[in-house]
Design a protein around this ligand. Structure first.
Ligand code: C5P
Length: 229
């Protein structure tokens, strides 16, 4: 199933303890977001990539895109204060594809098989998101004391990509804006419309580069992939 992808890339380096956008940090000599772009560049079903970037980083990001020979970037939207604003800006520029994927530029290890499955499920049912079953024991605590052990059955850690029929996501995004609702992911906007969202089992490698220890994990993933080649 053909699709267009919107990549929010307008975050900061705060939790990464970096003095610049964490996506520009390098893993084995290449910026994190280039790995992400390469996955979509190589996927024959991907018809175009829209990047949401900070205004003052646009030129630098464009230079990287050119240097690494990424041809599918169709344009750049100006990101906003919240991730949801950045995604919305990207969606508004993306034309009107039948299927749109939203994927964090900070998740460079997404598998092509998961992308394919998501696009197909979204085509069938409107909305499908990537996730993995929770592995750890989950408890709730208040003031440092456990109040509840949560049953792990049916609990998922949600990732991106999140795939949608474009019209459905745009309607959900518009409603969220009208209501002043801020979700932590795109699926939440669709869920609050009462539309079912399918889950597609992804991989634990599809980690978001968020804190410094994620970089260690990222390097290990790259090393193990190189060994497999
Ligand atoms: O901060 P976090 O890691 O959750 O961000 C997820 C993705 O959203 C990253 O790729 C980041 O660049 C992007 N983002 C954005 N605009 C923001 C905040 C985050 O495009 N205002």
């Amino acid at each position: 199933m053909k699709y267009t992808v919107v990549l929010p890339a307008a975050g900061s380096g705060k939790r990464m303890k970096a003095d610049r956008n964490k996506l520009l940090l390098e893993l084995s000599g290449k910026p994190i977001f280039i790995y992400t772009l390469e996955v979509f560049e190589q996927d024959l079903d991907c018809e175009g990539i829209w990047l949401a970037v900070k205004g003052d980083e646009r030129e630098l990001i464009e230079q990287y895109v050119e240097r690494y020979g990424i041809k599918k970037v169709k344009g750049y939207a100006t990101g906003g204060a919240e991730r949801q604003d950045s995604v919305r800006a990207g969606l508004e520029m993306a034309g009107q594809p039948e299927i749109v994927l939203v994927h964090d530029a900070a998740r460079p290890f997404i598998s092509p098989e998961v992308i394919r499955e998501l696009a197909e499920r979204a085509h069938e049912s409107g909305a499908a998101i990537a996730g993995v079953p929770v592995k750890d024991t989950i408890k709730k605590a208040r003031e440092g004391v456990i109040t509840e052990t949560v049953d792990r059955e049916g609990l998922w850690m949600i990732q991106t990509p999140q795939a949608f029929r474009y019209e459905l996501l745009m309607e959900a995004a518009q409603r969220a804006k009208d209501d002043g609702f801020l979700g932590t992911d795109e699926a939440m906007l669709v869920e609050r419309m009462g539309h079912p969202v399918k889950i597609v089992e992804s991989t634990y490698e599809n980690v978001k580069m968020t804190t410094p220890d994620d970089l260690i994990y990222g390097k290990a993933i790259l090393a193990s992939r190189l060994q497999e080649e």
